[in-house]
Write a protein that binds this ligand. Structure first.
Ligand code: ZN
Length: 409
């Protein structure tokens, strides 16, 4: 039987679990040790540690304390791992916790986190998704059902002291360019809500003062939110500290490319069954700076898409130069506008693009002055015909159901 090396109790506060942490720092003690070749299971909280409830009230999303995220299980020490090695992590299987067979998607208030389209959706909203084995559907977004593409939003190894100092320096320099911006440009270390695993007392306080926040992806991987990093994939991580220190969390039942809604994909608590191996000196041998991975041999097959184009011209009609971020925003807004013709609210459309297995592609980045990004909406997830036709769109919904909303106090 495979050992479960880290267990989480969803009725217990994540901060009471010493095998969980919410900052990156090289001094966080290993939660457990394994040998190369071992396979084992780690349980995880959802990324907020249970802050979002299965109800029809979005005030929990509005009021969430974002300095507490993400709750990660680990670090797992791998015997013999040394700086410069590559840690191979095979994701053998991933699932939801049996006592939490549901997940959430939401958008933060613009004043507390925001999101990709926060200027269009400035208030906190959420949708709840129920799991039926490998499928999911939501009472807040009728008319869709799809297979999960389960993956960890966040997985990576501990940085060393030098790398941590570089992260903090470069991110602070960005913050300094506009320190009062809402939402902020980046999040500096914040000691008071840092949970440093087993660390206590003075050592904890010292590390908490510089522990990097877990929101951005960085050289070690971290919060990459890659939907294709699904069960069955194999990842090659750079190792920076003795023992590597692998941590994982922020499990997603499903996600659209970009995780545009930011209060997650379909966020869930769950477990990851994984196997580790080492390539000694692999970073130099393969010229690796950021992780690389091989995808799963098993993915949901959606062959039919409606593809929405977007270009780098903003809502006011102003021309921007090859701005891929803006082009993808426009592709998303075009898809949301299309979905409203079938009776969905704009919020339902936005939530769906963050949750369902939609693909985002960078299509053109050289055709001055416009970048072109495309959003691929799988048509087979809908229980009705979403394709354009001469007879026009049939309204599937009558508008009686929408996402719960919580306005700022
Ligand atoms: Zn997430």
């Amino acid at each position: 039987m495979t050992d479960t090396l880290i267990k989480v109790d969803l009725t217990q506060a994540a901060t009471d679990n010493e095998q969980v942490h919410n900052r990156w720092h090289p001094d966080i003690p290993m939660a457990c040790w394994v040998n190369p070749g071992d396979d084992f299971i780690l349980e995880t909280y959802d990324w907020t540690g249970g802050a979002i409830k299965n109800d029809d009230d979005a005030s929990d999303v509005r009021d969430v304390d974002l300095s507490t995220v993400h709750y990660l299980s680990g670090p797992v020490g791998v015997k013999g791992a040394q700086p410069g090695d590559l840690l191979i992590v095979e994701l053998l299987d991933i699932g939801a916790k049996q006592d939490m067979l549901w997940g959430f998607n939401g958008f933060f208030s613009k004043n507390n986190g925001g999101g990709f389209l926060t200027d269009h959706f400035p208030s906190a909203q959420k949708s709840i998704w129920d799991f039926e084995g490998m499928f999911t559907k939501s009472r807040h977004i009728p008319g869709v059902r799809f297979a999960g593409l389960i993956h960890p939003g966040l997985i990576g190894c501990l940085p060393d002291h030098k790398m941590l100092a570089e992260w903090n320096k470069r991110e602070q320099a960005l913050i300094d360019t506009n320190p009062t911006r809402v939402p902020p440009l980046a999040n500096p270390p914040f000691a008071s809500t840092a949970h440093m695993g087993k660390m206590k007392g003075e050592a904890r306080d010292l590390a908490a003062a510089t522990g990097a926040r877990t929101v951005p992806p960085r050289e070690h991987g971290g919060n990459c939110d890659i939907k294709d990093l699904s069960r069955g994939s194999k990842i090659f991580f750079p190792v920076y500290v003795d023992g590597a220190g692998l941590s994982v969390g922020d499990l997603h039942f499903s996600q659209g490319d970009g995780e545009i809604t930011f209060c997650g994909a379909i966020e869930m608590a769950g477990w990851v069954h994984m196997k580790v191996e080492l390539i000694k000196g692999g970073m130099a041998k393969y010229g690796i700076k950021n992780p690389i991975f091989k995808p799963s041999p098993i993915v949901p097959t959606y062959n039919n898409y409606l593809i929405f184009e977007g270009i780098s011209v903003d809502d006011e009609g102003k021309q921007h130069y090859l701005d891929v971020n803006l082009a993808y925003k426009q592709a998303c807004l075009n898809a949301i506008n299309y979905l409203t013709k079938f009776g969905y609210s704009p919020a339902q459309g936005y939530s769906l693009l963050g949750s369902a297995p939609v693909q985002g592609h960078i299509s053109g980045v050289v055709d001055i002055p416009n970048a072109c990004a495309t959003l691929w909406l799988p048509t087979d997830i809908f229980e009705f015909d979403i394709n354009p036709s001469a007879s026009g769109p049939t309204k599937f919904l009558n508008g009686s159901i929408d996402l719960p909303i919580a306005y700022d106090k």
